[in-house]
Design a binder for this molecule. Structure first.
Ligand SMILES: Cc1cc2nc3c(=O)[nH]c(=O)nc-3n(C[C@H](O)[C@H](O)[C@H](O)COP(=O)(O)O)c2cc1C
Length: 196
């Protein structure tokens, strides 16, 4: 049975580059036979956090928030595509993610980080590991980290050059790790209801 995986990405910059990585991950997961969907914070465009989804009475949350809450709750697992701003998280993605909580519980998450420089957004990945762990997800341990994103894709969005080549080489293990935990969590949820 195909796994249902959401790929989150959250830069609001007009010249954003991480979108290429996010789109490529969606396609690469689909090419393995799974269902993958891009959740682009800029497209969903929730307001700066005022009320979380859980703060609204049933049926009163804005439609885009309700739709995404249901989509997250139905998914089998998540990929977070995390760029690095000033050594930390991108605010657009954090804002989107913080609107929800229980919807993520009992599912695994994988982190794919990137940056313009040689360190591939690793500090952002570390920060996200703490955040996602605090939000009820089990975070996989195989990293996918892309350095020098500016030159890592060709005009058609295909990985290019040395960094693009590294990305393609690293991806199967990254996806295998996530998919193994998705299957394990799905089986366990079928056998035993989560304790809370
Ligand atoms: C506000 C800002 C802060 C940044 N800080 C870092 C940083 O701390 N480390 C790094 O490697 N790159 C940093 N960069 C460069 C980003 O890695 C690069 O611009 C990347 O493309 C940002 O992701 P995006 O294009 O998807 O928005 C920064 C860029 C911006 C706009």
């Amino acid at each position: 049975m195909a796994r249902d995986i959401l790929v989150f990405y959250g830069s609001y910059r007009r010249d954003r580059q991480g979108i290429e990585l996010a789109r490529w991950i969606v396609e690469a997961l689909q090419a393995r036979g799974d269902e993958a969907e891009l959740i682009d914070a800029k497209v969903v465009d929730l307001p700066m956090l005022d009320r979380r989804f859980s703060d609204y009475a049933a049926g009163e949350a804005p439609p885009a928030m309700t739709e995404l809450a249901e989509r997250i709750a139905a998914a089998d697992g998540f990929v977070f595509v995390t760029g690095e701003y000033n050594g930390g998280l991108q605010p657009g993605l954090k804002n989107l993610v913080d609107h929800f909580l229980a919807q993520y519980y009992w599912r695994p998450a994988a982190i794919a980080s990137y940056s313009a420089g040689p360190f591939a957004g690793i500090r952002s990945a570390t920060a996200w590991r703490t955040t996602l762990g605090a939000m009820g997800m089990v975070v996989t341990s195989t990293p996918l980290s892309l350095a020098r994103i500016g030159g890592a894709f060709d005009a058609d969005g295909r990985p290019a050059g040395e960094d693009g080549g590294r990305l393609e080489k690293a991806f199967p293990r990254f996806a295998d790790d996530l998919c193994w935990w998705i299957d394990a969590a799905r089986k366990q949820r079928e056998e035993q209801a989560p304790p809370f």
